[in-house]
Design a binder for this molecule. Structure first.
Ligand code: ATP
Ligand code: MG
Length: 287
């Protein structure tokens, strides 16, 4: 289990006129992620998802609070915890001067995998994401989507028990996205704990047993996608008024229909989805 207790992260940046400003990216956030679950972190741009994942993956130190892996402080057991986790960062960070295979090899060596096992694993993973033919090419020669696929399998080289994926399928075509979902489901069946951030609500609905909605560095709500939709109201009435789309949520379809019948304009009634939950919990304004 991963326990996040009153976690805090602030960034100090230089403001105008040389003055310093402090941005609280994670604000006293507490959360527990169970072994073997696929857990989604949802939140608008700037909510703090990458900052949280970076601290969980031990790429960044918190300013306060604690992260426990199976009851042990992560930073006091850094080498052990790092051997158990894999990280797919939001931004591509390969060594651009090395080939596809060399980047994988470098990562395998960093994890001290024996040569025979390492090479077999690299072959298996490159094959899985259709990059075996491109193994001798420089990273620079890959398309954006190919780099993303490589980024995902690179994190799997040492068979981590916990995998962090920060926007894993951004910029991937639908076929590859589905293949990555299959890969995540396979890892889940094998008992790997998966923590992912995504802006694709469909991805969270398809994959995640539980999600946490984060806004302004704070935890807003946690639950399964179905639970969160039920809490908001399982049925949505949608209609146009005052130049904008309007939404109301109801527990029963009959309540939504009765409400719609009273409106001047035609309303559309449908099941509530996680996108509705996301927008209701994080607000409609763009920050
Ligand atoms: N290194 C940094 N220095 C200063 N501010 C930072 C730094 N990293 C993040 N921030 C700020 O912290 C807040 C949270 O950023 P973060 O990248 O964690 O958000 P996010 O939820 O991952 O957003 P996105 O959906 O756009 O990826 C933002 O206001 C961001 O500008
Ligand atoms: Mg991010």
């Amino acid at each position: 289990m991963i326990e996040i207790i009153n976690l805090k992260k602030q960034f100090k940046t230089k403001g105008k006129n040389g003055g310093k400003t402090v941005k609280t990216a994670i604000d006293n956030l507490s959360l527990a992620i169970n072994d073997g679950e696929i857990f989604g972190l949802l939140g608008p741009n700037g909510a703090g998802k990458t900052t949280l994942v970076s601290m969980l993956a031990m790429l960044m130190r918190p300013c306060g609070g604690e992260i426990l892996y199976d009851g042990k402080n992560a930073f006091a057991n850094e080498t052990f915890v790092k051997s158990q986790i894999g990280v797919v960062p939001q931004h591509i960070n390969f060594d651009q001067d090395l080939t596809v295979w060399e980047n994988m090899e470098l990562h395998g060596r960093l994890h001290h995998l024996p040569e025979k096992e390492r090479h077999a694993r690299i072959d298996e993973l490159l094959e899985y994401v259709g990059l075996q033919e491109r193994r001798r090419e420089s990273i620079k020669a890959l398309s954006g989507g190919m780099k993303r696929r490589l980024l995902i399998v690179r994190a799997l080289i040492h068979r981590p028990k916990v995998l962090f994926l920060d926007e894993p399928t951004v910029a991937l075509d639908p076929q590859v996205r589905r293949r990555i979902w299959d890969l995540i489901r396979t890892l889940h069946r094998e008992g790997v704990t998966v923590v992912l951030t995504t802006h694709y609500i469909e991805e969270a609905e398809n994959l995640c047993g539980r999600v946490a909605v984060i806004n302004d560095g704070r935890l807003v709500k946690t639950g399964s996608p179905t639970e969160l939709c039920r809490q908001l109201g399982s049925f949505t009435a949608e209609w146009d008024a005052d130049g904008a789309r309007q939404y109301r949520f109801f527990a029963q379809r009959s309540e939504a229909a009765a409400f719609a019948a009273e409106l001047d304009s035609a309303a559309f009634i449908r099941r509530t989805n996680l996108e509705d939950v996301f927008i209701e919990l994080t607000g409609r304004a763009i920050k």
